[in-house]
Design a protein around this ligand. Structure first.
Ligand SMILES: [Zn+2]
Length: 321
């Protein structure tokens, strides 16, 4: 079960049936695209769309009639699956596409992480990731000819028959790790973040590298800390643009921090008391509470048998990551 107890992680796909067998069912696709209940999730450029202006923002979901008007502007359409009883497609549109009138806002979803429920975030993040993939693969990487969408948007094939290149959506694995030493944990701040924002150490897995080696390398490169033991905890998708974060807990061998590779502006050891104090006085902001990063910190808190983060709900989400 992804997430902490009954709280699913953001973007984790709760409640979405991807209907993968239907991708190869042209009759079903034709009927569904014309059905009154079908919904379309517009993505303008790289941005999702929400209906703003009310207390509770909601995703903009278009019906067939509204989507048909936009079809001439669309560069891709992708079957996402069934969510809340409705079959949903992503609709990739140019950044300046004209949407139906109303209070509609474009968003990169980061400011919505603490506001939208996990299933909605999963649907929107999935739509955004697939549209991003289509936008960046309009031409064959092998021969340069245009590509064409197949299998309800889940496969791109080179249009030059002699080439035969087929492109599939790819996911980039990344590690995210809470390193501890005694009663302290290691948190870092990237240079682009506000000064009070700290999170667990993270980085991309490189080709030919297993996730455990990636944990050792990233922690060492970014902070000079050597990891002695580690354990996998959980995973969380992160659709910016197509990451899958593999969460670990690890133990440190040394404590002398140096931010070696310039990726982090700062890294520090925090005790549980430091974190509680920081949250209380506003000097520290952790990632949104439905993220894997927060869960790693929260689990470490609960192991103490003395502290819990539950008393300090995080309402402020990372908006700059
Ligand atoms: Zn080609």
């Amino acid at each position: 079960m992804p997430g902490h107890d009954d709280i699913p992680f953001v973007f984790a796909g709760a409640g979405l049936d991807r209907l993968a067998p239907r991708r190869d069912d042209p009759d079903w696709l034709r009927e569904t695209l014309a059905a009154a209940r079908t919904r379309f999730v517009p993505v303008l450029g790289e941005e999702n769309t929400i209906v703003a202006g009310s207390d509770a923002p909601a995703p903009l979901l278009l019906d067939c009639a509204a989507a048909r008007v936009l079809l001439t502007q669309a560069h891709c359409m992708v079957l996402l699956g069934s969510y809340a009883g409705e079959t949903c497609f992503a609709l990739g549109l140019p950044p300046d596409a004209s949407l139906p009138a109303g209070k509609i806002a474009l968003t990169n979803l980061r400011p919505q992480l603490a506001v939208l429920e996990s299933g909605v975030l999963a649907l929107l993040g999935y739509a955004r990731a697939m549209v991003h993939w289509h936008r960046h693969n309009r031409f064959c990487g092998k021969c340069g000819a245009p590509t064409r969408s197949h299998r309800a948007g889940h496969e791109l094939r080179c249009t030059r028959a002699e080439c035969g290149n087929v492109i599939y959506p790819c996911v980039n694995p990344a590690i995210i790790v809470l390193v501890t030493h005694g009663g302290h944990c290691l948190l870092g701040r990237q240079s682009g973040w506000l000064e009070r924002r700290y999170s667990t150490i993270a980085g991309f897995v490189e080709p030919g590298e297993d996730p455990e080696a990636s944990v050792r390398r990233e922690v060492r490169e970014e902070t000079n800390i050597r990891v002695t033991s580690m354990q996998y905890d959980a995973s969380q998708p992160w659709p910016y643009p197509a990451s899958l974060m593999l969460g670990f807990r690890a133990t440190a061998d040394n404590t002398d921090i140096h931010c070696n590779d310039g990726e982090l502006a700062d890294a520090r050891w925090f005790s549980r008391e430091d974190i509680v104090r920081g949250i209380r006085d506003g000097g520290l902001v952790l990632p949104t509470y439905r993220s894997i990063s927060y869960r790693l910190v929260q689990t470490w808190f609960e192991e103490s048998g003395k502290y819990s983060l539950d008393h300090y709900p995080q309402t402020e989400a990372f908006s700059d990551r």
